[in-house]
Design a protein around this ligand. Sequence first.
Ligand SMILES: *Cc1c(COP(=O)(O)O)cnc(C)c1O
Length: 363
Amino acid sequence: MLTTGPVPVYPEVLQAMGRPVIYDYHPAFQTYYANVIDKLRLAMRTRLAPVIMQGEAILGIEAAAAALIGKSDIVLNLVSGVYGKGFAAWAARYGKEVVELAVPFDEVIDTEAVRQVLRRRPEITVVSVCHHDTPSGTLNPLAEIGKVVAEHGAYLIVDAVSSFAGLDVHPDAVDADIFITSPSKCLGASPGLSLISVSERAWQKIEANGDAPRGSFLSLLGWKDASEPGRSFPVTPSISEIYGLDAALDRYFSEGAENVWARHAQTAAIMRDGLRQIGVQLWPKREEWCAPTTTAFRVPEGWSDAALRDRLLDDHGILVSLGRGETAGKVLRVGHMGSSAEPSFARAAVKALDEILSNRTST
Ligand SMILES: *Cc1c(COP(=O)(O)O)cnc(C)c1O
C-alpha cells in the first residue's frame, strides 16, 4: 500500500490499539493521556502542550479556522494545491475577507510574492498555508514564509498533515501559530485524530474571539489543558486511538527523528531517480520542489490514470493513489510515509512501472 494516507499502520501500533479500553476518568488514564500529550509536545519540539482532537485532521484544520479567524480578520490564503485551495471556504465562513495568492499546482509558493501581498495589504491579519500539498507532491518553503509572516505580525495557520514526522518541520521553527497534523501519515498510525500545536498568542486571540466555538465538537478551546489533572475531557477521547498514537510516538523516538526523515528522503530520491531512468516525468516542474513524502508523476501518454493504477495493483500488488481535484486524471502518486517510506518499496514500484510501460498492451 504505497498510498498517500492512510498508510499501512506499524504492527506495534496495531498491537497497542488492541489493548483493553479503560474508563477515561480513571486516574490511570488521565495520567497516561497527559504523558501522551507530553510525548507529542516533544515530537513537535514545542513548549506549550499541544491538543488532540477526536477526528481525522480535517477536523483540526476546520477547528483552527473557526477558533482563530474572527469577523474582522483578513486572511491571506496561499494556494499551491487542492488542500490549500480548500481552506478558503473555512476562512471565508469565519473571516471578513479572503485574499488568495495562487500558483499553478505543479509549482510552489514564492516567498517574495507573499512579502509583496503583505506589503500591499497591511491589514492582513492571518495567513494560511498547506506545507506539503499532497495531491501535487510539492513542498512549500514554509520556514521562509513563516519568517515573512512573523515580520508582518500576522498569525500563521499551517496544514502540516502529510509532512510532519516525514521531514524536519516543527511549529516553533516555522513561526506557526496553529500547526495541524495527523497520526495517519508519516507517524504511521491510524486515521482518527487531529494533532494541533497552538502558540501562546494564538490562544490569547482565540480566547478573546467571542465567536470561537465553545461547547461544540469543533471547539479547540474545549481541549485546551484537557490533560491537566482535575480538568475534564469535552467528549470521551477514543482510548484506542490514543494508545495507537502513543505507540507511534515511541516508535518515532526509538528510530530517531533524524533517521526517520532520512529514510523518507532516501526513499523519495530513489523513486525520482527510478522514474527518470524509465522516462516517466515528475509532476512538479522542478525536482527541488518535490516532497520527500509523496512522489507525484505525470500519467504517461496512452494511459489513463485508473488503468495504470489497476495494472500496478492487479499485476504487482502495489496500490498507489490517484490525483485529486485539479490533479485528478493527470498524475499518479506514490506515498512515502511512515512504514511505506522504505527504499526497497520505491525500487519495487519503479520496477513494476517499468514492466507495465514497456509491454504497453493496455490503455
Ligand atoms: C491527509 C491530509 C489531510 C487530512 O485529510 P483527511 O481527509 O482528513 O485524511 C489534510 N491535509 C493534507 C495536506 C493531507 O495530506
